[in-house]
Design a protein around this ligand. Sequence first.
Ligand code: FES
Length: 124
Amino acid sequence: MYSDKVMDHFQNPRNVGEIEDASAVGEVGNPTCGDIIKLYLKINDSDETIEDISFKTFGCGAAVATSSMVTELVKGKKLDEALTVSRDTVAEALDGLPPAKMHCSNLATDALKNAIEKYKKTKE
Ligand code: FES
């Protein structure tokens, strides 16, 4: 049912935890299943690059795997590039997700957008 990549990221999630001096923290929940995620970003102010990223989730296995993959996909990227990462990008990078689990990948991408929006607001 799950690809080897999904199982790998579920069993060995990358970039788990908090960043104490994070530039921004995104937080979203899925009202349907009740799962939540917090995503921490450390951003280089001068060139708007994501220097570090981590997450904590109270979510299902697919939420763990997709969050882990999102952190790998956007680490080192500029904010505008990171915003182009969609749930489909994440699912593709994981060699697919079962259709019933596609919504789980919204958690991490929405938390990423939330954190970037918060960061941009502090710079206005
Ligand atoms: Fe809630 Fe997957 S079932 S995020």
